[in-house]
Design a protein around this ligand. Structure first.
Ligand SMILES: [Ca+2]
Ligand SMILES: [Ca+2]
Length: 239
């Protein structure tokens, strides 16, 4: 077997594997340019997208609008301020998607921590509303899919009674709008005999091209200490 032939066989194998399974990686989260033709990350043409729940319209989501390349402990002026900047495990090595408005020091975001090689999500609060963040995968063709993965509460503080873990939801969405709930679970984390980690899955899910398979990380009653690691998020063709 020539080296060139071996390489092309290997390339075909890699291509076949990537067509059969899609898994969220650190590179997807930390890619400011996205993989769609517009060359901008986290827009409608990208395979993986990152969202926050609208306080005025629960269960509806909008894309996190700002890419931040690192989060020093003191925060980034006009980007990330407030507690999240010092709460992330490796803020200077953490890049990803945040929402930004001038009036608040916000928490919400989905980041890749390059040092610990982990994907982190953090829900948020807006006045009295405790909002979720979400990660979506864009369905490439009408088909049935198997979805699986896991997540972990990485900020476990059961000594504070308000800290009551997170819930997760799997849904089909169209843009930011919910269409169908596939599965839900939790709470995980923050004591009360609960596990810190959970698994999620849904089998044989019929989805149409352009729809989004959405993993929601929900803060339940209170969002403090809800930093969550996405251990895996994988979608395979069920056919
Ligand atoms: Ca894009
Ligand atoms: Ca927690």
């Amino acid at each position: 077997m020539t080296r060139r032939f071996a390489l092309s066989v290997f390339a075909m194998f890699v291509l076949a594997m990537s067509l059969m399974a899609n898994e969220l990686t650190l590179e997807h989260v930390t890619n400011a340019k996205g993989d769609g033709p517009d060359g901008k990350g986290n827009t409608a043409d990208d395979t993986w997208q990152f969202w926050f729940e609208l306080a005025h319209k629960p269960k509806h989501f909008e894309r996190l609008a700002t890419y931040s390349t690192s989060i020093p402990k003191a925060g980034i002026p006009k980007k990330v301020r407030g507690p999240i900047a010092s709460m992330l495990p490796n803020p200077a090595d953490t890049e990803g998607w945040i929402f930004h408005r001038d009036w608040d020091g916000r928490f919400e975001g989905v980041w890749g921590d390059r040092k610990a090689k982990q994907i982190i999500a953090y829900p948020y609060v807006e006045k009295t509303f405790h909002g979720a963040v979400a990660i979506t995968w864009k369905v490439p063709k009408d088909a049935k899919y198997d979805i699986s993965g896991g997540l972990t509460d990485i900020q476990v503080q059961p000594e504070f009674k308000q800290h009551d873990g997170i819930d997760w939801l799997l849904e089909i969405a169209e843009q930011g709008k919910p269409l169908k709930q596939l599965a839900n679970g939790g709470p995980i984390g923050d004591g009360n005999g609960r596990p810190d980690s959970g698994k999620f899955s849904a089998k044989n899910v019929q989805a149409s091209k352009g729809q989004l398979i959405r993993l929601v990380i929900h803060p339940r009653k209170w969002w403090g200490s809800d930093m969550t690691r996405i251990d895996s998020f994988r979608i395979e063709s069920a056919e």
